[in-house]
Write a protein that binds this ligand. Sequence first.
Ligand code: ADP
Length: 269
Amino acid sequence: NEACMLQLEVTRYGQDEALVIVRDITRLHNLEQMRRDFVANVSHELRTPLTVIAGYLETLQSSDMAPPAWKRPLTQMEEQAARMTSLVNDLLLLARLETSERKNGDMAVAVTELIERVAQEARSFSGGRHHIEVQCDTNTSISGDPGELHSAFANLVLNAVKYTPEKGEIHLRWRQDNQGGHFSVEDNGIGIDLIHIPRLTERFYRVDPGRSRDSGGTGLGLAIVKHVLLRHNAEMGVESTPGQGSLFTLHFPVGKLTSKATPAVNSEA
Ligand code: ADP
């Protein structure tokens, strides 16, 4: 009497013939659920010990208890603890996005404010090494989850900074047409070879693992973007040329948007 999960595949042949394939995917579904629960539980359990380790490392660094020769190893330990914390946080977020229903329903998220916020975060992450420009044609609200939308927008913009050499140009744009609203992030960075593009949203898929790790990447950013988009009926497009740069665009359907009569925003830094 256990709940059963069936997958139906219908192929039509002409007017009155069809091939119907019914697959029992209960076991597969349960295994997938177990994998998600396991990852979420492990990530959750790792959080507390990590906080304690990072806390003591910080105390040791800032006090003069540690001899000077410890300075470098302590800095490296702190960096690795921070990397692990990002990884655990991203794994937890992904687990939540994959499994849970949104509890509080949708809110109206003001797009220009959101884009200005992620632009500021990217400017401080870049430390003035990139030129980051914002251009929003209309001030719109997206009906959705503010935290999730922030994660999706921020991951794209921080990636543009990570994968664009110093003095690079990054453009954040918002425009609307009768198809919906479109948020794009364009950079003139290292670009991505065409063969990698279909796999970018897989967990831990990286074109260059060394470069991703050096820039603080967890390999989960675009997987998070994909799941946020699924929850907002939105889609992502990627165009890229190695050595020239990339363009990531998020497309939100008309039904998810409401327009506001406030002025549009343009900023540069
Ligand atoms: P990571 O934490 O490694 O950045 P992501 O899931 O965010 O993980 O991205 C997956 C991979 O896609 C990255 O490792 C990188 O190789 C590639 N990538 C993402 N954004 C860009 C970009 N703007 N320019 C070049 N490569 C990118």
